[in-house]
Design a binder for this molecule. Structure first.
Ligand code: NI
Length: 175
């Protein structure tokens, strides 16, 4: 497994719509492994392929938070939201592509999602709690949408400016 570089906002690849995946092959399985490794290493609870520069509709997540609980890695290919609850919930979201920035985002509290797994089989599950927030956040990435797109323009611009500064600093350090 190889840890991949996570793209930082602003980046045109984070604003692009990712392409549907036709079938599961060795390369896709490797990408899923790499994405899980990259996510756990960050550490984070979700990562979408566009965040590592691959414009394909795949995401990984593991929202198990308890230290002693068994990990529950999930790989979702071509995920689609079939149903959302009327009930909504607010969560203080962050993103591996926008490090150290958090803001409250309101979304449906529960969602039913259908996807293809790494065996090419169709799966369907209803998510709630942190899993529901996470899966919606990651599916947004596949459509070029970031959590800051839900914020008021002023707040969004403030975060984007901080990120531009961070990217300049990192580019200087890399020289
Ligand atoms: Ni994110």
């Amino acid at each position: 497994m190889t840890r991949r570089t996570i793209l930082l906002h602003p980046d045109p690849r984070l604003k692009a719509k990712a392409d549907p995946i036709g079938s599961v092959d060795t390369e896709l399985r490797r990408l899923a492994d790499d994405m899980l490794e990259t996510m756990y290493d960050a550490p984070g609870i979700g990562l979408a392929a566009p965040q590592v520069g691959i414009l394909q509709r795949m995401l990984v997540m593991d929202c198990v938070k308890e230290e002693d609980a068994a990990p529950q890695p999930m790989v979702l290919i071509n995920p689609e939201i079939l149903e959302v609850s009327e009930e909504r919930s607010v969560y203080d979201e962050g993103c591996l592509s926008i490090p150290d920035q958090y803001a409250e985002v309101e979304r449906p509290a529960e969602v039913t999602v259908q996807w293809m797994d790494l065996d090419g089989k169709t799966q369907k599950e209803r998510f709630d709690g942190l899993w529901a927030t996470c899966v919606q956040h990651e599916i947004d990435h596949l459509d070029g949408k970031l959590f800051i797109d839900y914020l008021k323009p002023l707040k969004r611009q403030m975060i984007t400016r901080k990120m531009q500064k961070l990217k300049r600093e990192r580019a200087r350090e890399a020289k």
